[in-house]
Design a protein. Structure first.
Length: 277
């Protein structure tokens, strides 16, 4: 047999490439598959990543913003079973400022807009598992529009571990507004909620998460202590206090598996040691 001719031929190298691919496939098949019950990766205390989950609706509508109640129940049970501890915006703020200590695996559960199903569907599940949560409400919609919460519902929830904060008056896109309108959206929603609920409103979630440094400065001038975006990442010591990251939770083809994957999320910024503005 002419070995030099065989080794130098295209067929030999094609066969070798196929064998290499098959070997790689066998190695991948031998790896354990991730499941809904797999433990998230642990971080050292100095590298703690604070999860801020972002929900909207909890109902059976077939849209991405609506997580089904049964899936929401599964997700909340997962948090409890895996040692997560829910926190409030105040606890997050104090930890970032260095004046507070967080529990192991802290998670801030947030809802945007103030949909009625937050009360009818999400609230009973949160109480079932003894979890805290925060609802950023559009104050101009409350007790007025069908499908949105009432102030009485909010007052009840506040007695049972739910924090209420601001999501502006009309959910208008802030970067498209003149300064006086931006100020009105931020200041008036704060005033309305404080008047109805009887306590300071100190945190803002920007509508659709869109903001800039100028809007953040107006929020600060209105008396807010921090602002939340929908930038997809975890909060840590490098986060901008007026551009805090959140991890959005959607209805997908694999809602609960995707939920677990998002709990494990690490941004490229974190992976490569870059910093955020």
């Amino acid at each position: 047999m002419n070995w030099k001719k065989l080794i130098g031929g295209r067929q030999f190298w094609s066969l070798l490439a196929v064998l290499a691919i098959l070997f790689g496939v066998l190695l991948m098949m031998d790896r354990p598959q991730e499941t809904m019950t797999e433990e998230p990766m642990a971080s050292s205390e100095d590298e703690v990543k604070i999860l801020v989950l972002n929900y909207h609706m909890v109902n059976t509508m077939f849209i991405s913003l609506a997580v089904e109640p049964r899936d929401f129940d599964i997700q909340m049970k997962y948090l409890v079973d895996h040692g997560y501890h829910t926190i409030t915006p105040d606890e997050l703020y104090e930890a970032l400022k260095g004046s507070g200590k967080l529990p192991e695996r802290p998670v801030l559960i947030t809802f945007d807009d103030g949909y009625e199903d937050n009360y009818t569907n999400a609230y009973p599940i949160l109480r079932k598992y003894g979890l805290k949560a925060t609802i950023f409400v559009v104050t101009g919609f409350l007790s007025k529009r069908d499908g949105y919460l009432t102030w009485d519902q909010l007052r009840e929830m506040e007695q049972n571990g739910i924090t209420i904060e601001s999501h502006t008056v009309t959910h208008a896109p802030l970067p498209e507004l003149p300064d006086d309108r931006i100020y009105e959206e931020l200041a008036e929603s704060k005033r309305q909620a404080e008047e109805e609920l009887g306590h300071p409103i100190e945190y803002i979630a920007y509508p659709t998460g869109v903001h800039d440094l100028h809007i953040a400065e107006i929020a600060r001038a209105c008396g807010y202590k921090a602002g939340f975006t929908v930038k997809y990442s975890n909060v840590d010591k490098n986060s901008n206090i007026f551009a805090l990251e959140r991890v959005p939770i959607f209805r997908t083809e694999n809602t609960n598996q995707d939920f677990v994957e998002r709990l494990r999320y690490t941004s490229n910024l974190t992976q490569f040691g870059w910093t955020r503005n």
